[in-house]
Ligand binder design. Structure first.
Ligand code: SAH
Length: 255
């Protein structure tokens, strides 16, 4: 029977590779899944595809697995980045979980004037992304950046930093009501996130200030979009925007 449990590991994967797991993944395999010696599990690392591996050694603190065969080759995710203002409570982690499920390649917390949550626990957010990637069948975990100030996004160069030069556009979810409907923008101006960098920017609970809205609107690489006549909560706006981008420009539109 094909194993269905999946684990993200930082190690390189390949035929015969031995992988040792640390304490928390060992606990999960041995005590939660109760995987016996010889039992199978799927591993992925964001680079080498997905591999079926079996458990060869286990004690209370560490286990060793050996990779047998590749079950899926590595895929490419569309280059979609979520730029979002962190919000309070469980909703912050829900944004990370859903953005991972919805296939964001990168997640960047953005600090705006009205952002209340100015510090985020990156380790915790990354753990949530890993968990969501394991469950959703992704072969990669989205990269989560340290928070940046909104000003950085006004500079088109910032978007390309650290990557090869690619065209980029950020769709800015503007609750002001006078932006073009997102569906019109997505239908009219086709971008392929496999070759273009596409971003979605959403604001905090209190929204963007009038100054921020006008600065964002003045940037050639930022396109304001309207998500309908109702004011959505910040988390809902990220889910709705990412879904529409995936459905039109992203991998939901692939056959
Ligand atoms: N308190 C603010 C709303 C903030 S909603 C107000 O009453 O105006 C949080 C974020 O979700 C916004 O900053 C925006 O990025 C996004 N958003 C919510 N509803 C939206 C809509 N109808 N169109 C575009 N963006 C929206």
């Amino acid at each position: 029977m094909k194993p269905s449990q999946r684990l993200f590991v930082p190690d390189r994967l390949g035929q015969g590779h031995e992988i040792s797991l640390g304490a928390s993944q060992t606990h999960y395999l041995v005590h939660v899944l109760r995987l016996p010696i010889g039992g199978e599990i799927l591993l992925f690392n964001g680079l080498d595809g997905e591999w079926a591996a079996h458990l060869t050694q286990a004690n209370k603190k560490a286990v060793t697995l050996v990779c047998e065969s590749q079950s899926r080759p590595q895929d490419t995710v569309p280059d979609i980045t979520l730029y979002f203002a962190p919000i309070k409570g469980d909703r912050l982690e829900a944004i990370i979980e859903k953005a991972t499920e919805l296939g964001a390649a990168r997640i960047v917390p953005v600090i705006t004037d009205r952002t209340i949550v100015r510090k985020v626990n990156l380790e915790r957010l990354l753990a949530r992304a890993v968990e969501a990637a394991e469950q959703t069948g992704r072969l990669s975990v989205p990269r989560i950046d340290t928070p940046v100030a909104l000003d950085r996004l006004y500079d088109a160069q910032f978007l390309n930093s650290g990557a090869q030069e690619t065209a980029s556009v950020i769709l800015f979810a503007d609750e002001g009501g006078d932006a073009r409907p997102i569906a019109q923008v997505l239908a009219g101006d086709h971008q392929d996130p496999l070759h273009h960098r596409v971003g979605l920017l959403t604001g905090p609970e209190g929204g963007f200030t009038p100054e921020e809205r006008s600065k964002l609107r003045a940037c050639a690489h930022i396109q304001p979009v309207n998500l309908g006549p109702r004011i959505l909560r910040a988390d809902t706006a990220t889910f709705a925007g990412l879904s529409l981008i995936q459905a039109t420009w992203g991998d939901w539109s692939r056959g």
